[in-house]
Write a protein that binds this ligand. Structure first.
Ligand code: HSE
Length: 324
């Protein structure tokens, strides 16, 4: 079965997704029987349209070309930012096209709106890559761990800040140099304030909370401290106490309800999160039946994020194929 797909945005993640769908087309076909065809890409930046990664004829600058194309069943939003990404996703869902996105800003801000639009039209909405890059954390919470009551989630969910802290501690880089390298590698947001001030991690925590407890807490509603106040001396002092400083997104179910925060924390070396380096992410999920589940992997970058987006596309295509 062939499923037609449109990509909105052809930057780092757009190209990573296109690569996953084309380079691994044979693997995908042999495992699922699906042929996934990208038939349109919304992008106007010549650096992307002329990159040679995708044929020139696939590109359009007009979203209506995609919305009005009845053959396109899945729209993959990878433009970043809140608008027009958010409106584009809602429009696609309203017309019955399923949506995949790694856009944590939009999912965290418009979680309920997006889900309602999907419910009303019967379209599907997936955003595995919005949290933890390549790590299948959303699917774990909504799939294999669904029978559990989740007691706590603790995670390193921002690759840029973890990369900066690692490079400052291990290689003695300055904060500025480490940030520059994270930007060059494509980990950082267009405005890295979102990374270093913990805004990106807060968005991801909102999504994790919504998945774990079916409760929506906006990212502005809990304590958020970034890493700009962490010095090389702080990292050194922590090391002398056999600890690591990490930016931790944490949510715990207490008698008073969910207590959440994003802030730098000193972790003892034997914590699994202490060993997470560079752009890697790690998420520790405490469950009442399964016990502690620790997931780790690459939390940012072209191919890891593209892998998770492609996984969501395939999941939706399978549903379309099986009619469920
Ligand atoms: N800027 C994000 C990060 C990208 O560094 O984790 C992946 O969400």
């Amino acid at each position: 079965m062939s499923v037609k797909i449109a990509l909105l945005g052809f930057g780092t993640v757009g190209q990573g997704t296109y690569r996953a769908l084309t380079l691994n087309a044979g693997v995908i076909k042999s495992k699922t029987g699906l042929e996934l065809k990208v038939t349109k890409i919304l992008e106007k930046n010549p650096a992307a349209t002329e990159s040679g990664v995708a044929p020139r004829k696939l590109f359009t600058q007009n979203y209506d070309d995609i919305l009005s194309d009845n053959d396109i069943q899945i729209v993959v939003e990878m433009m970043g930012g809140v608008e027009p990404a958010s409106s584009f996703m809602l429009q696609a869902l309203k017309t019955g096209k399923s949506v995949v996105t790694p856009n944590k800003d939009v999912v965290a801000k418009n979680f309920q709106k997006l889900h309602l639009a999907a419910k009303n039209s019967g379209a599907l909405l997936k955003y595995e890559a919005a949290v933890g890059g390549a790590i299948p954390v959303i699917n774990s919470l909504s799939g294999p761990l669904i029978a559990n009551s989740i007691t706590k989630i603790q995670g390193i969910v921002n690759g840029t800040t973890n990369y900066i802290l690692t490079k400052m501690e291990e290689d003695g880089l300055s904060y500025e140099e480490a940030l520059k390298r994270a930007q060059a590698k494509g980990f950082a947001e267009a405005d890295p304030t979102s990374d270093v001030e913990g805004i990106d991690a807060a968005n991801k925590l909102t999504i994790l909370i919504a998945e774990a407890w079916k409760t929506y807490i906006p990212p502005t509603a809990f304590k958020r401290v970034g890493i700009t106040g962490v010095s090389k001396q702080d990292l050194k002092n922590a090391k002398e106490k056999a600890c690591k400083i990490k930016l931790i997104a944490s949510a715990e179910m207490t008698k008073e309800g969910i207590v959440a925060s994003v802030q730098p924390q000193e972790l003892p070396m034997d914590s699994p999160l202490a060993g997470i380096k560079n752009e890697f992410n790690g998420i520790l999920i405490s469950c009442n039946m399964a016990g502690d589940i620790f997931l780790s992997g690459k939390g940012a970058g072209m191919d890891p994020t593209g892998s998770a987006v492609a996984g969501d596309i395939i999941e939706i295509a399978r549903h379309l194929k099986n009619g469920i």
